[in-house]
Design a protein around this ligand. Structure first.
Ligand code: PHE
Length: 464
C-alpha cells in the first residue's frame, strides 16, 4: 500500500543518466513545445471547420479546463513522483498489478501518432521551400493535392523529420530537448501574433470571425463533435499517452508543477485560438471557401493565399512554415522521447533506443504517406471511408488518448490516490491552491465525462 519513498526519490538514483531539466523556464518551454504543434495550427482550425465553427471552440475549451488540465497535473505528478517512463511510472507506484498496461498503451500511442505526424511535418518542411520559390502558384489547393500524392518525395520528407528529431534526442534532455525548445517557442508565438494582426484586416475577415466565434447551438448535442473536441484537446495538450509523465519524470521536486501545468495549458490554448484567428479570416476572404471541406490541406491551401497578397509574402510565408516546422519538431521530440524513455528505463542505452524506435516509426510512416493519393486502397481504406493517415489520427487521437486519459485519471484519483498526488505536488513547500477542486475533477469529473463520450461515440458508430 505505502509507496516506497526511497524508490520514488529519483534525485539520487540514476537521475543523471536519465536526464533532467536545467531550469523551470526550460521545462515549461519543452512541455509547451510538446503541446504546441501541428495539433494547434493545423489540426485545431481543421477540426473547427469540420465541427461547425464556434460550437466546437466552446466544447473544446470546456474539455481543456475541466478534463485535460486536471489530467495534465496528474501526469506531471505521476511522472515526477516515480521518476520513470510511462510504463515504469505505473509499475513503481503500484507494483505487481496490470496497471503498467496503461503505460504500455501510451507508449504504443506515441509510436502510432508519430507515424502520421512526421508525414504532416514533412509537408511543412517542404512548404518552406515552396513559399520561397513561389511555386505554389494561383491554385494552392490543386498544388497541395498533387504534392502530397507524390509518394517517394514524401517518404523522404517524413524520414528527414524523423532524422532531425532523432538527432535532437541524441543530445539528451537538457542539451537537446530543452535547448531547442527555448529558442523555437518564443519565436513561434511572435510570428503567429503578427500573422493574426495581418489576417484581421483582410476583406471577408468579419464573416470568418462570425463563423469562428458565433455558436450554432443546435450542434451542441452532436456527440461526434464532442468526441472530436475531446480527442483534439487530448492531442493538443499531449495527454493520455505519457508524454507528460515522461517530461514530469525529468522534473525536480522544487518546481511548482501545478503552476507549470497552468502555463502549458494556457499557452497551448492561446496558440490554437490564435491559429483560428489567422485561418478563418483568410479563408473567408477567398471566394467560395467552405471550411468544412478544408480537410488536411486547410493550412496548406488557405494560408498561401494570404502570403500571396502580402508585400514580402514569400519571405513571410517561408518564415511561417519554418516556425510551423519547429513547432512540429518540439512535438515529434516528445513523441519519440516516450518510447525512447521506455527503452532507456529498461536498460538500453539512449543511442540504441533512439535508433531502433526511429526505424520502427519510419516503417510505419510509409502507409500514411502513400495514403495521400499514391496508393488507391490506402486513399480510401475499405470499410472506413477514410484515408489511412486520417484513420490513424482517429484511432490514436479520438480513441487511444481519451482511453489513456481515463485510465490515468482513475489511477491517480483512486489507485495511487488524489491525496498522495497532492502531497507530491506540494513537496518542497510548493503551493497548490485548488487542490480539493482538482481532486474532485480527477476522481469524478474526468472519468465520468470521458467514459460518457467514449460510450456514446461507440454507440453512435455501431448504430450508424
Ligand atoms: N500536442 C502535439 C500537437 O498539438 C501533438 C502531440 C500529441 C505531441 C501527443 C506529443 C504527444 O501537435
Amino acid at each position: 500500500m505505502e509507496t516506497n519513498l526511497s524508490q520514488n526519490d529519483h534525485s539520487t538514483d540514476g537521475a543523471a543518466a536519465r536526464g533532467s531539466w536545467g531550469s523551470n523556464f526550460g521545462f515549461i518551454m519543452a512541455a509547451a513545445g510538446s503541446a504546441v504543434g501541428l495539433g494547434n495550427i493545423w489540426g485545431f482550425p481543421m477540426q473547427v471547420g469540420k465541427g461547425g465553427g464556434a460550437v466546437f471552440v466552446m466544447l473544446y475549451l470546456c474539455c481543456v479546463v475541466f478534463i485535460c488540465l486536471p489530467i495534465l497535473v496528474a501526469e506531471l505528478a505521476l511522472g515526477r513522483s516515480s521518476g520513470r517512463d510511462p510504463i515504469g511510472a505505473f509499475q513503481v507506484t503500484k507494483p505487481a498489478t496490470p496497471w503498467w498496461l496503461a503505460g504500455a498503451l501510451g507508449v504504443t500511442a506515441g509510436v502510432g501518432i508519430l507515424s502520421f505526424y512526421c508525414v504532416i511535418a514533412g509537408w511543412t518542411l517542404a512548404y518552406i521551400w515552396f513559399s520561397l520559390s513561389g511555386c505554389v502558384g494561383q491554385a494552392p489547393g490543386a498544388f497541395f493535392g498533387a504534392f502530397v500524392a507524390d509518394g517517394s518525395k514524401n517518404v523522404l520528407l517524413s524520414f528527414a523529420v524523423l532524422t532531425i528529431t532523432a538527432g535532437i534526442l541524441l543530445g539528451g534532455v537538457r542539451e537537446g530537448i530543452e535547448k531547442a525548445s527555448k529558442v523555437m517557442m518564443p519565436a513561434l508565438f511572435i510570428l503567429l501574433v503578427l500573422l493574426g494582426a495581418r489576417a484581421l484586416f483582410l476583406p471577408g475577415a468579419a464573416s470568418g470571425l462570425a463563423y469562428y466565434l458565433k455558436p450554432d447551438l443546435k450542434e451542441m448535442a452532436n456527440i461526434a463533435v464532442l468526441n472530436a473536441a475531446l480527442g483534439q484537446a487530448f492531442f493538443s495538450l499531449s495527454l493520455g499517452m505519457g508524454a507528460m509523465i515522461t517530461y514530469g519524470s525529468y522534473l525536480s521536486k522544487k518546481t511548482n508543477a501545478v503552476k507549470a501545468a497552468g502555463w502549458v495549458a494556457g499557452l497551448d490554448t492561446m496558440v490554437a485560438l490564435l491559429a483560428g484567428f489567422v485561418v478563418f479570416p483568410v479563408g473567408f476572404s477567398i471566394a467560395g471557401f467552405n471550411p468544412a471541406e478544408g480537410g488536411p490541406g486547410l493550412i496548406f491551401s488557405v494560408l498561401p493565399n494570404l502570403f500571396a497578397s502580402m508585400p514580402g509574402g514569400a519571405l513571410f510565408g517561408a518564415a511561417f512554415f519554418v516556425l510551423l516546422t519547429l513547432a512540429a519538431l518540439t512535438s515529434t521530440i516528445s513523441l519519440l522521447e516516450v518510447p525512447t524513455a521506455a527503452m532507456v528505463d529498461r536498460g538500453w542505452c539512449r543511442r540504441k533506443s533512439v535508433l531502433l524506435v526511429t526505424l520502427a516509426v519510419a516503417a510505419m510512416a510509409v502507409p500514411s504517406v502513400l495514403s495521400q493519393g499514391a496508393v488507391a486502397w490506402l486513399t480510401k481504406v475499405p470499410g472506413t471511408g477514410m484515408d489511412f493517415l486520417s484513420l490513424m489520427a482517429v484511432v490514436w487521437n479520438n480513441w487511444a488518448l481519451p482511453i489513456g486519459g481515463l485510465l490515468i485519471s482513475v489511477f491517480v484519483g483512486w489507485v495511487w490516490g488524489a491525496d498522495k498526488a497532492i502531497a507530491e505536488l506540494k513537496a518542497e513547500g510548493n503551493s497548490f491552491p485548488g487542490a480539493r477542486v482538482w481532486a474532485f475533477l480527477i476522481r469524478y469529473v474526468c472519468p465520468v465525462a470521458i467514459l460518457f463520450v467514449i460510450v456514446m461515440t461507440a454507440r453512435g458508430m455501431f448504430a450508424g
